[in-house]
Write a protein that binds this ligand. Structure first.
Ligand code: PBG
Length: 325
């Protein structure tokens, strides 16, 4: 490469048209999945205080929100349910008329073109708030797998287009894939939360999904934030077990992990721009300290530049509007 003064990088930055021509990464609505929360009841959209602009929707209002996503050309939504009752085994998670099952049927009925993905996990449905069966204060791996299989099948029977296991139990992608195939759902893809870290950035989500653990934390099953080689091993396992999309979560503090996963595996990579990442931008913008649109677009573009093909983000609707202007 030639050096200054022959090469002057500023030449190609001189105006927006030149910058457009050499821009390497483009954020698009095509990349985005919008997460939504659904509760029992009718005609309610309850504001989530730590996530301004996000709501706990009753099924009827969720369908309206789904219509809006389709009209904004957002490809899909991922759904999180808040059950009527929580119990030791998270029974509503795999009940035919559970909140997610109702929500999926309603959206697929009214807005069939919108991709409906369901988060498969037990923490919203268990009274202890952990992602698996608890015995003597411990989260048990293998017995939990059966429940995750039941939950996955129940979501798919309700019409889910894709499932996204987020529990971080070992071996769950394999058993879920087998069960789906056995029941004739071999065409349903799995987006695996493969490298999901035990992160403090999930705080606002736990308010939204009412899923905070009632004792201890999730560090015995979610990943330790300092590790990245382990993330590659987790991703490799999930791909071996049949994952179609592998996810890194959270996104912003794990851009290096996203990058390594993209380089190492020739697979679609998703990144979850989580609730705390959203809340930080919203809060600072409300105080007038940062420009929400510019910061959000910069963050999401960096996630894509790092290697994510798909971004799950609470900014999806705003991005659709910003990019349209
Ligand atoms: C369920 C789940 C969580 C998130 C997605 N699925 C919370 C958790 O693991 O505690 C977090 C999403 C967000 O913070 O936006 N296990």
């Amino acid at each position: 490469m030639s050096e200054f003064p022959i090469y002057r990088p500023r030449r190609m930055r001189a105006n927006e048209n030149l910058r457009r021509l050499v821009r390497e990464t483009r954020l698009s609505v095509d990349d985005l999945i919008y997460p939504m929360f659904v509760v029992h009841g009718e005609n309610t959209a309850t504001n989530i205080s730590s996530m301004p602009g996000c709501y706990q929707y009753s099924v009827d209002r969720l369908v309206e929100a789904a219509r809006e996503l389709a009209s904004l050309k957002i490809p899909g939504t991922i759904l999180f349910g808040i059950p009527e009752n929580k119990d030791e085994f998270g029974t509503e998670a795999y009940s035919d008329d559970g909140i997610i099952q109702q929500a999926v049927r309603a959206i697929k009925d009214a807005v069939p073109e919108l991709l409906v993905i369901t988060d498969v996990c037990l923490c919203e449905y268990t009274d202890h708030g952990h992602c698996g069966i608890v015995e003597k204060g411990e989260v048990l791996n293998d017995p939990t797998l059966d429940l995750l299989v039941k939950e996955s099948l129940s979501h798919v029977r309700a019409g889910a287009d894709m499932i996204a296991p987020s529990d971080m139990m070992d071996g769950r992608i394999g058993v879920i894939r087998d069960a789906l195939d056995d029941e004739g759902y071999d065409a349903i893809p799995i987006m695996a939360y493969s490298a999901k870290y035990a992160s403090a950035f999930y705080g606002p989500f736990r308010e939204a999904a009412e899923s905070a653990p009632q004792f201890g934390d999730r560090r015995t099953y979610q990943m330790d934030p300092p590790n990245s080689e382990e993330a590659l091993r987790e991703v490799a396992l999930d791909i071996d077990e049949g994952a179609d999309i592998v996810m890194v979560k959270p996104a912003l503090s794990y851009l290096d992990v996203i990058h390594q996963v993209k380089l190492e595996f020739q697979m679609p990579v998703a990144a979850y721009n989580v609730s705390g990442e959203y809340a930080m931008i919203k809060a600072a913008a409300q105080k007038g300290w940062i420009d929400e649109e510019r910061v959000a677009v910069e963050v999401l573009t960096s996630i894509k530049r790092a290697g994510a093909d798909i971004i799950l983000t609470y900014f999806a609707k705003s991005v659709a509007e910003w990019l349209d202007n």
